[in-house]
Design a protein around this ligand. Structure first.
Ligand SMILES: [Ca+2]
Length: 130
């Protein structure tokens, strides 16, 4: 699976002086287009030990065709979850997703027809011990 990194960065990524958990956000275009590919590496600030992930309430992709995959690394050989439709972590009735890692790779790809609003992902770094 090849994913081309595109202009996915539209959020903030910084560490506050007090290790306050400043959320990191990324979004697809709204709406996304057909045959769109997106890739974004995520690294939480030093001192964080895990990530809490939820998606913006407007998030919507074509069910079973246009997937957001939370890959463990850029190879995307394994992942923390694969999502489409409105079935995303943090959108009712789904709980936010706790990921016991300090980095991951967000992959999104649309097929050749039918698009939707797209996604916004909010990643909250968690500080402390696992
Ligand atoms: Ca589609």
């Amino acid at each position: 699976m090849t994913v081309t990194p595109i202009y996915g960065y539209d959020g903030i990524e910084e560490q506050s002086p007090l290790n306050y958990p400043v959320p990191i956000t990324y979004s697809s275009p709204h709406p996304y287009v057909n045959k769109y590919t997106y890739g974004q590496e995520v690294h939480v600030p030093n001192g964080a030990v895990s990530m809490l992930v939820h998606f913006g309430l407007d998030t919507s992709t074509e069910q079973n065709y246009d997937f957001v995959v939370l890959c463990k690394d850029v190879s995307c050989v394994s992942n923390w979850g694969s999502f489409s439709g409105i079935n995303f972590p943090g959108i009712y009735p789904n709980a936010p997703l706790s990921i016991p890692a300090t980095s991951m790779y967000i992959s999104f790809a649309s097929d050749g027809k039918n698009t939707d609003f797209g996604f916004e992902i909010i990643i909250t770094p968690i500080y402390g011990t696992i």
